[in-house]
Design a protein around this ligand. Sequence first.
Ligand SMILES: O=C(O)c1cccc(C(=O)CC[C@H]2O[C@@H](n3cnc4c(=O)[nH]cnc43)[C@H](O)[C@@H]2O)c1
Length: 219
Amino acid sequence: MDVLIVVATAGEAGNLRDLPARVTVSGVGPVAAALATQRALQEAPARLVVSAGIAGAYPASGLTPGDLAVSSHVIQADLGAWDGDDWLSLEALGLSVLPDGPGGATFPAWDGAEVLARRSGAAFGPMLTLSSVTGSLERARQLEARYPGALTEGMEGAGVSHAARLAGVPALELRGVSNAVGPRDRSAWRIPEALRATRRGLETLLNGSSGGGWGAGAP
Ligand SMILES: O=C(O)c1cccc(C(=O)CC[C@H]2O[C@@H](n3cnc4c(=O)[nH]cnc43)[C@H](O)[C@@H]2O)c1
C-alpha cells in the first residue's frame, strides 16, 4: 500500500520508522502540515495520506489517554468570524477553503476510514484542527456544541487533508489520545500511551490488505 504518513514532530515519527509507509515530519500547525504534505506528494505520489500523532480528547467523546480515534471528517474549527459573542463558521458566511467547492472548512475522510476504525477498535467521528491548544473546559464545551460528536483536537489534520484534497489523494486523520481537552495540565499528558495507540492504528491500516482489504475505498 502506498501510504504517506504526516506527523508534526520527530518524537511522533520515532516509533513509526519501521512501518511500510513513508513518514514525513511537518512541524506543528495546519500551515506547516499542508506545506509538508504538498511537498511530499510532489516528491513521490501516494494513494492515501494519513495525518497521525497525538491529540486531545473532547470531554463528551468519552475518550481517555491511550484510546485511538479515526476521522469521519476533519474540520478546521477556528476558521470563521466572531459577531460579538456569536461564532459564524465559514459555511454560515457562505465561504469555503476550496475555491471550487462547498463545505466550508470540512474535509470528508477516506472511504475506508470507518472499516479501519472498526478493525482497530478506534472511535470514529469528526476530528477538529485548531491553530492553538484549547485551555479551558468552557472553550472545549463551546467547540463541542459547535461541532457535535467531535472526538479530538489536533493542530495538523485539516492542513494535511486540504493539501491531499488539492492533489486528488484521499486522506484521513488517525490519532492516539494523549490528554483531555480542557484546562492545561501537562502532568496529565500520556504521550507514550498515545504513541502506542497511533502505531496500533497505523499497523491495522498497513496490514489491511491481508485482512480482506478496504473494499471500494482501497488505496
Ligand atoms: O503546553 C505545553 O507546555 C506544551 C508543551 C509541549 C507540547 C504542547 C502541545 O500542545 C503539543 C501540540 C501537538 O500535539 C497535538 N496535540 C496534542 N494534544 C492536543 C490538544 O489538546 N489540542 C491541540 N493539539 C494537541 C497537536 O497536533 C500538536 O502537534 C504543549
